[in-house]
Design a protein around this ligand. Structure first.
Ligand SMILES: [Zn+2]
Length: 412
């Protein structure tokens, strides 16, 4: 999936590319001719910029190349894309201390003014040089393009790999974030995912624990290691052995993606129902903090699994116009949510604070700490400014006293 998130002013933007094979209707001679012409034009501009030893503004590029490119039969926006392309190629080559770029592949970036996309018939019409046009049929199921109807498309890239044509059409959509009424915090662990929904004044209204398929994944991992141990030097070279390893790898990929998609969907649906802002731990920070949890992640499963889960949660939440926030995971499972003291293990996945006597399920405690981090950072103008009610020792609030099983139940 080619997805990225950016900001336009205050508003988050989702960018996504639809990459599909495209079949030209009728002859594709002009399209091939266009791609070659385009590549040679980019090369021409690259060669010239390379020999000029100064920073070139858009104005200057335009003055230098526009009329030449028009004479070759390009349209105005083709010309623009050609020197944007050439300029960025030269810049990245220079910053990599490399040599002058030499283009071989047939690939062209086309502005939205130079193509027409018809989502009803899944066809695409490209405007080429000398006023030629080519119509392409997109090889994709209708359902896949359906969601893009409400998005806006901008440029596209068309490629020829020697056998087929491929297009990547870029779409974007501004996310109109709903004002959160509750806060959903999510704690990812090796064996389970714990989510809790808190009101803005700190009451927990929902708690859910879901198991991860870590055992299944580990079983395949163990198989791979076993095979590699048996053929320590040769496993790469014996076809059947390599095939067996690939099969287990494939299973791991399928299990984890399948789980991540389902979980992301489930969490986003729940968050939508509660009008929640979705708060996750920042996995990038996890590495910096170099915590015990980090080591556990790496040793047992790898951060990739958690990245995949987070990616799907974030993706599904943003699809539903929900806000997603990441907080630093430092201390989420080691700090007392009531007094800030250090928590120590007190039985299986139970934590106790020596200072104030707080006792809580480890994962539930993490969701409280994540909630507190979110609130302390995002309380603005009294909207979500109320601190969570710190649980008192003799209560049985979000902190959860003694009875481990209560927090373990999933209120589904
Ligand atoms: Zn405490």
């Amino acid at each position: 999936m080619l997805v990225s998130y950016s900001m336009r002013g205050e508003e988050p933007v989702v960018n996504e590319a639809l990459k599909v094979r495209a079949l030209p209707e009728g002859s594709y001679d002009y399209l091939l001719e266009f791609l070659k012409l385009y590549r040679d034009a980019v090369q021409l501009v690259v060669d010239k910029i390379w020999s000029i030893d100064e920073k070139l503004s858009w104005k200057k590029l335009h003055r230098l190349f526009y009329s030449d490119l028009m004479r070759l039969g390009f349209r105005a926006h083709h010309a623009k894309e050609i020197y944007i392309n050439a300029k960025s190629l030269v810049e990245s080559a220079e910053s990599n201390n490399g040599r002058k770029p030499v283009l071989r592949k047939l690939s062209a970036r086309i502005d939205k003014y130079d193509y027409k996309l018809d989502l009803n018939n899944t066809t695409l019409t490209l405007k080429l040089h000398n006023d030629y046009e080519v119509k392409l049929r997109l090889v994709t199921p209708r359902e896949r393009v359906e969601k893009f109807r409400s998005w806006s498309n901008y440029e596209l890239v068309v490629k020829y790999d020697g056998k087929s044509f491929w297009v990547s059409i870029y779409f974007k959509r501004i996310v109109k974030s709903l004002k959160p009424r509750t806060v959903m915090t999510i704690d990812l662990n090796f064996g389970n995912v714990t989510l809790a929904v808190y009101t803005l004044d700190g009451r927990r209204v929902r708690l859910k624990k879901l198991n991860t398929p870590h055992r299944k994944i580990l079983t395949h991992r163990i198989w791979i290691e076993r095979i590699q141990r048996k053929y320590p030097k040769s496993w790469r070279f014996i076809k059947n052995v390599r095939k067996a390893i690939e099969r287990h790898g494939e299973r791991i990929r399928n299990i984890s993606w399948d789980y991540a998609h389902k979980l992301g969907d489930l969490i986003a649906e729940l968050a939508l129902r509660y009008h929640s802002v979705v708060v996750l731990e920042d996995l990038e920070k996890l590495r910096e903090n170099n915590k015990k949890k980090d080591k556990e992640f790496n040793k047992k499963l790898g951060l990739w699994f958690y990245r995949r889960i987070q990616f799907c949660i974030e993706y599904e939440a943003k699809e539903r116009d929900l806000e997603v926030v990441k907080v630093n995971p430092r201390g989420t499972s080691s700090k007392c949510p009531r007094c800030g003291g250090r928590l120590v293990e007190d039985g299986y996945r139970v934590l106790r604070c020596r200072k104030c006597g707080f006792v809580g399920d480890r994962d539930v405690t993490a969701t409280i700490n994540i909630y507190k981090k979110y609130i302390s950072k995002h309380s603005r103008c009294g909207v979500s400014g109320v601190a969570p009610n710190a649980p008192k020792p003799d209560e049985n609030p979000s902190g959860m006293q003694g009875n481990k099983n209560e927090a373990m139940t999933t209120e589904s």
